[in-house]
Ligand binder design. Structure first.
Ligand SMILES: Nc1ncnc2c1ncn2[C@@H]1O[C@H](COP(=O)(O)OP(=O)(O)OP(=O)(O)O)[C@@H](O)[C@H]1O
Ligand SMILES: [Mg+2]
Length: 259
């Protein structure tokens, strides 16, 4: 992966919640166009790292370097401004709204510029056209952007949430357990969509998953956290699901020396 462009460097990131050391000097790189799976047992620090990368919390120490420059994400808006979008496990879609409204939630466009905004007129037609175009460019199959989310399957909802994230965040997509709530067929659809985003759009992704089969299928590299420490980074061709589990449980010694 060394010939690829470094997108984000996580540099000695630590996070303490009072006496709990949730992350202990974690360092690794994310390259452009790759899928990295972030794995680890319950309490390993995965969500804590994702929250730091999406600006929800700040690290106790350490640095983030984005495209070669140090960045400080003080709020989620800061991370979004760099094109880093996170899809949380609980998708935060609004049931009653249709697909287009959900894609544009909080970023609605208004007709007639400032006057329209003042009048509060949402440019629905424009939003729907843009949403349909964006989702079809992403090969996201949604029956119609006018369908309310409440009428959709779990896989379609996940697709809408990922589609929304990719519509706004073109640099790094962070997915928290994207297939956890899905059946076999829906999981397959979402995995195919994730692979297409990487292969056809070159989008970098950091994916948290407990499902070793999914991880082994889609990840280019696997980063293992154990009790807040980064214990291994493994290239997919060099490993097996069994070895990943051995690092997660501690049956296999840490590959990364403590710093
Ligand atoms: N807000 C908080 N206050 C105090 N401790 C916290 C807080 N959030 C997380 N922790 C602790 O930090 C550690 C790491 O938690 P984190 O949620 O990052 O783990 P995780 O890898 O996402 O686990 P899971 O797979 O269960 O989601 C745990 O010991 C957890 O109890
Ligand atoms: Mg978590």
């Amino acid at each position: 992966m060394n010939n690829l462009e470094k997108l984000l460097t996580i540099d000695h990131i630590s996070k303490a919640y009072g006496a709990v050391q949730a992350l202990k000097s974690v360092s690794f790189d994310l390259f452009r166009g790759e899928i990295v799976a972030l794995v680890g047992d319950n309490g390993a620090g995965k969500s804590t790292l994702v929250k730091i990368l999406s600006g929800l919390i700040q690290p106790t120490s350490g640095n983030l370097i984005f495209k070669g420059r140090p960045v400080h994400f003080r709020t989620p808006a800061d991370a979004l401004a760099y094109g880093i979008e996170t899809v949380y496990q609980h998708l935060a879609l609004v049931e009653q709204l249709d697909v287009a409204d959900n894609v544009y939630l909080g970023r609605e466009t208004y007709r007639w510029g400032a006057v329209g905004r003042w009048l509060g007129v949402l440019d629905r037609r424009h939003m729907r056209e843009q949403t349909a175009t964006a989702l079809s460019q992403l090969h996201i199959k949604i029956p119609a952007p006018t369908l309310p989310v409440s009428s959709m399957s779990g896989g379609q909802r996940q697709a809408v949430a990922i589609g929304r994230a990719v519509t706004w965040g073109r640099e790094l997509l962070i997915l928290d357990e994207p297939t956890a709530a899905l059946g076999v067929e829906e999981t397959e659809q979402v995995l195919q969509m994730i692979e297409k985003l990487r292969d056809q759009q070159g989008i970098s992704m950091l994916i948290i998953s407990h499902n070793m089969q999914d991880v082994y299928r889609i990840a280019d590299r696997i980063v293992v956290l154990r009790q807040g420490r980064h214990v291994a980074t493994i290239n997919k061709p060099d490993t097996s699901p069994q070895e990943i589990v051995a690092y997660i449980t501690g049956a296999k010694e840490a590959q990364v020396a403590p710093v």
